[in-house]
Write a protein that binds this ligand. Structure first.
Ligand SMILES: Cc1cc2nc3c(=O)[nH]c(=O)nc-3n(C[C@H](O)[C@H](O)[C@H](O)COP(=O)(O)OP(=O)(O)OC[C@H]3O[C@@H](n4cnc5c(N)ncnc54)[C@H](O)[C@@H]3O)c2cc1C
Length: 416
């Protein structure tokens, strides 16, 4: 069923009895050409692009819970492509371009809103680093604008300019950045894939990966064995656990990342702001809640819940940036499970096992990459060669010393 003004009018006149389920909740078949493990944004986007762009439709997405129940439904919905290094920029900018046409492409309202992402700077050194990043972005055809203090004040007069320990000196703005409604993105990709024949199988946990003579032949699941010509792993925070089923030890550690939302307020924050003197970022949802987050909880974990000291630390960052936030009440906090890689950049590659492919290492930032990651992973699965936008994102870069370390933090995953 295509969504349009006519379908809306028709269904309104028909008492809304004609709407169909958004996607088919399929039962698993014994065999597929491609099995994708993980029904988060990246797994669903991969299935969508496999079917829509590469003509590969005998595909299953296996999800242990419900689609979008992982990080996809837990993130703070920020999209941007303001990266510094040539290994990363092509993928994130490809993704940004896909966001710009996504709703028309998959015929679903994902509330993509290019309301601007502003990174604040608070020192001369930070300004120079942001100027460098902005220049790198512009050299790659990505929009970037360096604002001074007055430029920021015009956009966000309520920030703490005059009474702060680290006064705001300016900011780097990506006007094309913004937000998108995360669960609608999952539903849109699921619907587009399902319409093209992909089976989306929920409550189906992969418990083993079957390998014969160095080649993957299928997976073991809680709903029985499933044979597969190719298998793609796209399980974000569970990457190390699933890769271990194929005997791999990944350069990834899993950490909990929390976020929170306030009660609904009248519009106050038009775009996305990140604090440069501490880890805090904020935007306002279309329902009016202030959505904000900050640092990882400081230890490895596979639990999808966090601890109060981190919440307190994040709120302190908020108070330093915009004291008015102290008047708002927090409605909910939640947490997801981030697959932090050793250099802070993703891995989209083949693995040493034939026909087994890996999509992982999304750190705090994989939501913005969802369409791009799906497209390049679909390309890799369909053609067995990396997409031009992902040529640097190889698994062996750690062994080669060719890391893509945006922040220059070294091999300490929680600092990226
Ligand atoms: C609090 C928070 C805020 C964030 N904010 C942003 C942001 O503003 N912008 C941004 O770009 N990124 C953000 N991120 C990061 C982003 O959400 C993730 O990088 C991205 O969603 C990861 O890809 P995914 O959607 O495929 O992951 P997920 O949605 O986690 O999908 C992986 C799926 O695999 C399933 N799975 C795991 N093991 C198995 C198994 N054995 N068998 C079957 N299925 C399995 C899981 O149940 C899960 O549904 C944030 C993350 C968190 C936690």
């Amino acid at each position: 069923m295509r969504y349009s003004l006519f379908s809306l009018l028709g269904n309104t006149l028909g008492g809304h009895k004609g709407w169909k389920p958004t996607w088919r909740d399929a039962a698993p078949k014994p065999a597929y050409d491609v099995v994708i493990i993980g029904g988060g944004g990246h797994g669903l986007a991969t299935a969508y692009y496999l079917a829509s762009r590469y003509g590969v439709r005998n595909v299953a997405v296996l999800e242990k819970g419900w689609i979008g129940g992982g990080n996809m439904g837990r993130n703070t919905t920020i999209i941007r492509s303001n990266y510094l290094l040539p290994g990363n920029i092509p993928l994130y900018e490809l993704s940004m371009k896909l966001w710009e046409g996504l709703e028309q492409d998959f015929n679903y309202n994902a509330m993509v809103s290019q309301r601007g992402v502003l990174n604040l700077y608070h020192s001369d050194a930070q300004r120079d680093a942001y100027a460098r990043r902005g220049n790198a972005m512009r050299l790659h055809g990505v929009d970037a604008e360096l604002l001074d203090r007055d430029g920021v004040r015009k956009l966000y007069p309520f920030l703490n300019f005059d009474d702060a320990r680290f006064p705001i000196q300016g900011g780097l703005l990506q006007a094309r950045g913004g937000t998108a409604r995360h669960d609608a993105v999952a539903w849109g990709f699921a619907r587009g894939a399902s319409d093209r024949g992909v089976d989306i199988v929920q409550n189906c946990e992969v418990t083993g990966i079957t390998i014969v003579n160095g080649r993957v032949t299928g997976v073991e699941t809680t709903r029985g064995p499933i044979a597969a010509g190719k298998v793609g792993i796209a399980v974000a925070g569970s990457s190390s656990r699933v890769a271990a089923m194929a005997g791999m030890r990944l350069p990834i550690e899993s950490f909990v990342l929390q976020a929170m939302v306030s009660e609904g307020l009248k519009p106050i924050i038009p775009g996305v702001i990140t604090f440069g003197a501490g880890h805090f970022y904020i935007s306002q949802s279309d329902k009016g809640g202030l959505v904000f987050g900050g640092d990882l909880d400081g230890y490895n974990s596979y639990a999808q819940r966090g601890n109060l000291p981190t919440v307190e630390d994040i709120c302190e960052g908020g108070m330093a940036l915009m004291p008015a936030i102290g008047r708002a009440r927090i409605l909910r906090t939640w947490a997801g499970l981030c697959d932090m890689s050793m250099d802070g950049s993703p891995i989209i590659d083949r693995t040493p096992t034939q026909n087994l492919y890996l999509n992982a290492g999304w750190n705090y930032g994989g939501f913005k990459a969802t369409p791009g990651s799906g497209l390049v992973f679909a390309h890799l699965l369909a053609r067995d060669e990396p997409h031009p936008a992902a040529v640097e994102l190889r698994l062996d870069r750690f062994a080669r010393g060719a890391v893509i370390d945006e922040k220059g933090q070294g091999a300490q995953p929680n600092l990226h």
